[in-house]
Design a protein around this ligand. Structure first.
Ligand code: RIB
Ligand code: CA
Length: 311
């Protein structure tokens, strides 16, 4: 049975590939895409999500707009990596998919509460504001979702500061509430997402798709790769947000460690850090696990096959 998911995101070049891989994989039923301020404003990332849905013909997927700002902090976008539109690079495309009239948090809560316990999985590849607001709206969702799989955080070095990764640092208070809730969380942090590199052979396979979708993805990766080289000295783009999606398709692609994770919200130098406690084997009550490695060949086989399946 395919895993039913709601994907909360801030497209975003890597979010776009996560949406496409989820939509194309037979192992996943993508029920909805919800958006949140992150890489760019919520208006811009919502438009980008609708463009992605239009390019891929995602007529069965619901799209809902989410939080305009973090719980308490001022929103800071990431134009250096994603550009002023949040998805610079590809030629501008029209969106012809309509938004669901509900806000993202309402759609998340209604979908989870009207489904069977364990039927829905939440995936987040963006700041965790929507998930925190959904928990506040209906705390019972924590006991009903199968699991929460996120791209965010790090065991060690961050990417926005030495301590913090972008998705967590945009809204540490939301991340704290999400990690403290009583649901299972799989965290795909920078240690594993920096291994999800769109190397030249991967780029060649994407171009070989030979259709407009392949061209769209290649144009995304072209821009994303150039920005990562310029700003973080990567030779190939780390496509972070694919990690939680590929994990749900085939968890055996990853090395995973169970460990309690907490979020720093008050540190002068450590604000937004995900504190992963690896000192002892995790207790039976530990609800968290973190990715530490991935099989690069199998990872990209899954991604390319999923995108190719969209046609
Ligand atoms: O730190 C990487 C994360 O921040 C990714 O989700 C990327 O899309 C940005 O949101
Ligand atoms: Ca993202």
């Amino acid at each position: 049975m395919p895993r039913k998911i709601i994907l909360d995101c801030d497209p975003g070049h890597d979010d776009a590939l996560a949406i496409l891989a989820a939509y194309g994989s037979p192992a996943i039923e993508l029920l909805a895409v919800t958006t949140v301020c992150g890489n760019q404003t919520v208006d811009l990332v919502t438009h980008n999500a609708l463009v992605i849905g239009t390019v891929a013909g995602m007529r069965t997927v619901k799209f809902a707009r989410g939080a305009e700002s973090p719980l308490r902090r001022e929103h800071k976008a990431a134009p250096d990596i994603h550009g002023d539109s949040g998805m610079d690079g590809p030629a501008p495309r029209e969106a012809d998919i309509q938004l669901d009239p509900r806000a993202a948090t309402q759609l998340i809560v209604e979908t989870v509460m009207t489904s069977d316990p364990g039927e829905i999985t939440l995936v987040a590849t963006a700041p965790l504001t929507n998930l925190a607001l959904a928990l506040r709206l209906e705390p019972a969702i924590a006991g009903r979702v199968a699991e929460v799989a996120i791209m965010g955080g790090a065991i060690g070095q961050g990417n926005m500061t030495a301590s913090a990764e972008f998705n967590i640092l945009v809204d540490p208070e939301a991340a704290k509430e999400v990690f403290e809730a009583a649901w299972p969380i799989t965290m795909m942090g920078l240690e594993v997402s920096h291994q999800a590199l769109a190397t030249p052979d991967v780029r060649t396979r994407i171009r070989a798709l030979g259709n407009d979708l392949g061209t769209f993805v290649d144009e995304l990766l072209e821009f994303f790769e150039a920005r990562y080289l310029e700003h973080q000295h990567f030779e190939a783009a780390p496509v972070h947000d694919l990690c939680p999606v590929v994990y749900l398709i085939d968890p055996t692609v990853f090395d995973l460690v169970r460990a309690p994770i907490a979020v720093e919200t008050k540190g002068e130098l450590t604000d937004g850090r995900t504190v992963v406690d690896l000192r002892l084997p995790a207790g039976l009550d530990c609800r968290h696990q973190v990715g530490t490695g991935l099989d690069h060949a199998r990872f990209w086989d899954i991604v390319v096959e999923s995108i190719a399946a969209i046609g």
